[in-house]
Design a protein around this ligand. Structure first.
Ligand SMILES: O=C(O)CCC(=O)C(=O)O
Ligand SMILES: [Fe+2]
Length: 329
């Protein structure tokens, strides 16, 4: 029934998703405006729920994070990645923590090849010794912590709308992602995908990010204008393997449902496969930067599916299994 080496349903599913598939242009990624959310909360909740329940992906506009703030975070990320590897290597990812820098080490269960990228992850309680010094990068930690907080605010707002629909207390997910607790494990991830030389474009089996679903409740993804490549595979079963490209625009935050929320919603909100493909000849093939915020419930929170279709599991155990499947144990 499932691939024997993976205990989690999600991992068994993911291990089968590494093929190229085909590309579709007839699907739309819906855009939802958060303008005046205080007075339009019910209408916005309806739009968010219907987009999320439909394909698990949507884009937020008028989300309240200034473009200047997003650009500042991108600028700081670019400056970090421009440092020599020897410097970044002092702040190397600590296994199992989602904190620190890594390069070419993430191997997705779907593809078996390393994602063509480097990344630096910020998980607030785990950053001791992992921030570059002010001499190396002035103000970096402050910029990232400020931006992480803004992301948390938007994520918990969207999650509060889902809580309303799920019949949970409105602050259910806000409490489950409490940033003041030492058990906080939401992560801001800075991503740098390398430029792709012409001879390497569209290499079969090589991906900027191999097909996967996210481990978290909700992901917020910031893209830069024109730096595309993100694709989603709508549909719970995804048997047809028809991938849809997500527009890369600076004004929108692309959101997707993660596996934790799929469990918590008894599969009403699907966690959807996505990937970042290599540029094809004729496309922009320079570096691609993105910023991802993963709202991951605090380690001590138990993820329960209301109907009991998934066994209870703590968010700590859940995340560890997923991290180990991607970065080795
Ligand atoms: O960089 C992107 O566009 C997507 C990254 C992603 O899906 C992830 O890191 O989970
Ligand atoms: Fe992802």
């Amino acid at each position: 029934m499932t691939t024997p080496e993976y205990a989690l349903t999600e991992l068994a599913r993911e291990s089968r998703m590494g093929g190229a598939g085909t590309e579709a242009t007839d699907r739309e990624i819906r855009r939802v405006s958060l303008r005046d959310v205080e007075t339009r909360r019910e209408a916005i909740t309806g739009e968010l729920w219907s987009a999320a329940a439909d394909i698990g992906f949507f884009q937020l506009v008028d989300h309240g994070i200034d473009l200047a703030e997003v650009e500042r975070a991108f600028g700081a990320a670019e400056a970090l990645f421009a440092l020599p590897d020897e410097v970044k290597g002092q702040y190397a990812l600590l296994k199992g923590t989602n904190a620190g820098w890594e390069k070419l080490t993430q191997i997705r269960p779907s593809t078996g090849t390393p994602d063509q990228k480097e990344s630096y992850q910020v998980t607030r309680p785990r950053m001791a010794g992992l921030w570059p010094t002010d001499a190396e990068l002035d103000g970096f930690a402050a910029t990232m912590l400020g931006f992480e907080r803004r992301c948390w605010e938007v994520a918990t707002l969207v999650l509060s709308c889902f809580a309303d629909r799920l019949g949970f207390p409105r602050d259910f997910f806000t409490a489950a992602h409490d940033p003041a607790a030492p058990t906080y494990q939401s992560t801001l991830r800075l991503l740098h995908y390398f430029p792709v030389p012409p001879e390497a474009q569209a290499t079969p089996g090589l991906w900027r990010a191999g097909a996967h679903t996210d481990f978290d409740c909700l992901t917020l993804l910031f893209q830069r204008e024109g730096e595309g490549g993100l694709q989603v595979l709508p549909g719970k079963e995804a048997d047809a393997e028809r991938w849809t490209s997500v527009p890369a625009t600076a004004d929108a935050i692309t959101c997707n449902i993660g596996d934790m929320l799929m469990r918590w919603s008894d599969d009403a909100l699907p966690s959807t496969f996505h990937r970042v493909r290599l540029p094809v000849p004729g496309e922009y093939a320079g570096p691609r930067y993105s910023l991802a915020f993963f709202a991951q419930a605090n380690t001590d929170v138990v993820i329960s599916s209301p109907s009991g279709r998934y066994p209870d599991i703590t968010a700590r155990d859940y995340l560890l299994q997923r991290i180990q499947a991607n970065f080795g144990s």
